[in-house]
Ligand binder design. Structure first.
Ligand SMILES: [Zn+2]
Ligand SMILES: [Zn+2]
Length: 251
């Protein structure tokens, strides 16, 4: 029996009674926990080091970037091809507990864990976006065939939790993936940009909803930023004034 699944359908009193019978376990270590994560596992999800990151895409800067941008922390990629988003940040490093949680949602179908990641991502937004206000949140869409096969879009689950915490609407009907893209695991940054070009477009009529708006585009994992860049480009082309990008984990 999956106590957590049952617990979600219960009243507070019912949930408390269930907790006595089946104490909640940490999603990561299985140890006792008052929430989805125990204190020890929560502490292991380290925030990314802020000082050494590209001011635009949030990528950790390497020595060469730091030398080139002595006064302006900007990575080589953003210097060469300024992305369509104004700012991108990630809540945690993919390697470690956050990656385990992302995989549990995406491949393990444990969709309720998306809300654990959403809490981390919303906190990252409050901490790292200089008090920016957004009008709406938009998840990175899956290709409809992929979403049908998986049964859900993990980024939409994440974006819903982020939007709820920020008090803004989440819209899944404004942006769509029109081309299935090849897996990008083995591609470099230039290859990924090429692969993503034209993969997304604003839905017909989305322009009226997007005009002049600041949009927060949300993904589970950010690697080079090419996916979020392509989404941001499509949203801006349709009239969004500004696009900010947020992911739960960064590879
Ligand atoms: Zn734990
Ligand atoms: Zn950058």
């Amino acid at each position: 029996m999956d106590a957590r699944r049952i617990r979600r359908g219960l009243s507070a009193a019912g949930a408390a009674a269930l907790d006595l019978l089946f104490p909640p376990a940490c999603e990561l270590c299985g140890g006792p926990s008052r929430g989805h994560l125990c204190e020890a596992c929560r502490a292991r999800i380290l925030p990314r080091e802020a000082r050494l990151c590209c001011r635009v895409c949030g990528k950790l800067l390497i020595e060469a970037d730091r030398a080139a941008g002595a006064t302006d922390p900007l990575c080589a990629g953003c210097r060469k091809h300024p992305p369509a988003f104004t700012l991108a940040r990630s809540a945690a490093a993919f390697h470690g507990p956050a990656g385990t949680l992302v995989r549990a949602v995406k491949y393990g179908g444990r969709t309720w864990i998306a809300d654990v990641l959403a809490a981390l991502a919303a906190q990252c937004f409050r901490d790292s976006f200089d008090g920016a206000a957004v009008d709406l949140a938009v998840p990175v869409p899956l290709h409809p065939a992929r979403e049908l096969a998986r049964g859900f879009n993990q980024s939409a689950l994440l974006a819903a939790g982020v939007a709820r915490r920020l008090g803004v609407p989440m819209r899944t009907d404004l942006l769509r993936r029109v081309r299935e893209t090849q897996t990008q695991t083995r591609m470099d940054r230039a290859g990924r940009r090429e692969n993503m070009r034209g993969a997304f477009e604003a839905a017909p009529g989305a322009g009226a909803r997007l005009a002049g708006k600041t949009v927060l585009v949300v993904d589970d994992v950010m690697t080079t930023g090419s996916t979020l860049d392509a989404c941001a480009a499509a949203l801006r082309e349709a009239g969004a004034a500004r696009v900010l990008a947020l992911s739960a984990a960064r590879d």
